[in-house]
Design a protein. Structure first.
Length: 544
């Protein structure tokens, strides 16, 4: 009955088709650094997910309204033990150690996606120093994968791959830098590195997030510009030229606030089969992360001007196509597959594959403890999904009967500052705690140096309890302070609020650089061998 109700609720929330207007934000979730291309009748989008695995998600849509994750460019990164959360030293020995730490806020950044000569190509560079930051170029026959590493090159910051009409490959990166690649995409052509523009005096921040397209014989480079002069705002600028070796002209193509939040920029433009164009840009929105907006593109004097007739991001737009089935990038899950997790899930850092299973107890996700760790931020196999605005709710049903002394399992609004619901096995006692947790990381290694844990409320549970229901809600409406609230239930019907009311979720670019996530976790603080079984993840989103 539970699963029938879950399926019915999903249909009621999404509808039988994805018709109706597109409400901006087009994706009210953490989908930063987008690149979007069209192949035939399908739009493909890639985004940054940093320390989450699998990484570099590929999302697809037929109508620019309904998106779903169809694959990932890689399952895991293996350049360092940092990706595994598996290597630590005493605090006084951590500083300067190359392999100590984590990849919180690092990992995969700003992937570029292209389709050329019947193949998909993706270029990304982890935000790391040294060899860990070398650029990856991946390729695949289908956007869904499988993807394979084609080559590794020097680090290119916030780069885009570009194929000219004759097939010559280029990389545009950093603040106005470019170079030509060899035809096999395995090297840089000697002497080709150069600056194609110099930033203006008041552009003291980086111009980054480069995306390059060619239209009617003209090259267009789109970048975000951070301007600190009076009356100037974050904006999207465009450089254009008809000759890659010639002079580039500059224009501002979007300078718009939106929805009660600050100005937005960084993204790309994409055409339809009929020759219309759309702009997809992200906006910082606090605790939910960086969300995507959709705008029309008006070609004026050869410039791709984004926004409506006033140059503003519109509140609503018509879908490019009507009648498409409703899809989403955050989804409920009954864990009925016995082979693989749904593509809407990502692990925090590389998973320990031997410590999770969908087959050991069919219809459940089993999370085993695999190493003793001191806190949630070093726990392996924490499973995440994006939270969404304007309001959302996620709940889990967990069998906790096989937890061992010292085990901690539960549900979190996970970020550098986290609101956490934790079931703790303490000897023969079983406790439920709502806590506020804050992690401290070293600047360079992102090593965990301290976790402040403030327990707000504790409930003593029946030690013979087997099943517990946990829920958290997120309210990202303007003026509601990115509030999370926490609940538990013993029967799945009557819910009791616990802990902090309207816990404020935050976005911190110096630590996670990511919006808050639903996170399901289970870790050991004393000895390994315990496990929990997750029956289902229920999810609703209020789009009003």
């Amino acid at each position: 009955m539970k699963r029938i109700l879950l399926s019915v609720l999903t249909v009621l929330l999404l509808g039988s088709t994805g018709q109706g207007t597109i409400k901006n934000p087009m994706l009210w979730a953490d989908v930063p650094d987008p690149d979007v291309i069209r192949v035939g009748d399908t739009f493909y989008l890639v985004s940054t997910t940093m320390h989450l695995m699998p990484g570099a998600p590929v999302m697809a849509s037929k109508d620019l309204k309904n998106w779903e994750t169809v694959g990932y460019i890689f399952d895991r990164l293996t350049d360092s033990p940092k990706y595994d959360l598996s290597f630590s030293l005493p605090l006084d020995q951590q500083e300067g150690q190359q392999d100590v730490g984590t990849v919180y806020g690092r990992g995969q950044w700003a992937t570029s996606l292209k389709y050329h000569n019947g193949r998909f190509w993706a270029l990304l560079a982890p935000n790391e120093a040294g060899a860990m930051g070398d650029t990856y170029i991946f390729t695949a026959e289908k956007a869904e994968g499988p993807w394979a590493i084609h080559s590794r090159l020097r680090h290119f910051h916030d780069a885009t791959l570009f194929f000219d009409d004759d097939g010559t490959p280029y990389v545009f990166f950093g603040t106005g830098e470019m170079c030509q690649l060899t035809r096999d995409l395995k090297g840089v052509v000697d002497g080709s590195l150069r600056h194609y523009f110099q930033r203006e005096a008041d552009e003291r921040g980086l111009l980054e997030g480069t995306r390059v397209i060619k239209h009617n014989g003209t090259y267009y480079a789109l970048l975000i510009s951070h301007v600190f002069a009076p009356g100037r705002h974050r904006r999207e600028v465009c450089y254009r030229t008809k000759d890659l070796n010639g002079k580039w002209e500059k224009n501002t193509i979007l300078e718009s606030d939106f929805g009660g939040f600050s100005y937005l920029a960084q993204g790309t433009i994409v055409d339809t089969e009929e020759g219309d164009w759309y702009g997809i840009m992200f906006q910082d929105r606090g605790g939910v992360g960086r969300v995507l907006t959709l705008s029309p593109v008006r070609w004026i004097d050869g410039w791709p001007m984004l926004g409506d007739e006033n140059g503003k991001v519109p509140a609503t737009m018509r879908p490019y196509r009507s009648g498409m089935p409703a899809t989403a990038i955050t989804c409920a899950d009954e864990f009925t597959s016995s082979e693989k997790l749904g593509l809407h899930w990502q692990w925090n850092h590389n998973p320990v594959d031997k410590a999770w299973s969908l087959a050991e107890r069919p219809g459940f996700l089993r999370l085993r403890t695999s190493r003793v760790v001191p806190n949630l931020y070093l726990a392996p196999n924490t499973l995440t999904q994006r939270m969404e605005g304007p309001e959302c709710s996620g709940s889990v049903t967990i069998d906790v009967s096989k937890m061992k002394d010292g085990d901690c399992a539960g549900l979190s609004a996970f970020n550098g500052d986290s609101g956490v619901l934790t079931v703790k096995k303490n000897g023969k006692k079983l406790l439920l705690e709502m806590s506020e947790q804050k992690v401290y990381l070293t600047e360079r290694e992102k090593a965990v140096t301290k976790v402040d844990e403030k327990v707000i409320e504790t409930v003593t549970l029946n030690p013979k309890l087997s099943t517990l229901h946990l829920r958290l809600t997120g309210d990202f409406r303007p003026g509601h302070n990115d509030a999370a609230n926490f609940f538990y239930s013993l029967d799945g019907q009557e819910w009791t609020q616990i802990g902090t009311k309207n816990y404020r979720m935050v976005f911190d670019y110096r630590r996670f650089f990511m919006g808050s996530k639903f996170a399901i976790f289970n870790y050991a603080t004393k000895k390994v061998g315990g496990y929990v079984d997750v029956d289902c993840f229920s999810y609703t989103r209020n789009d009003d």
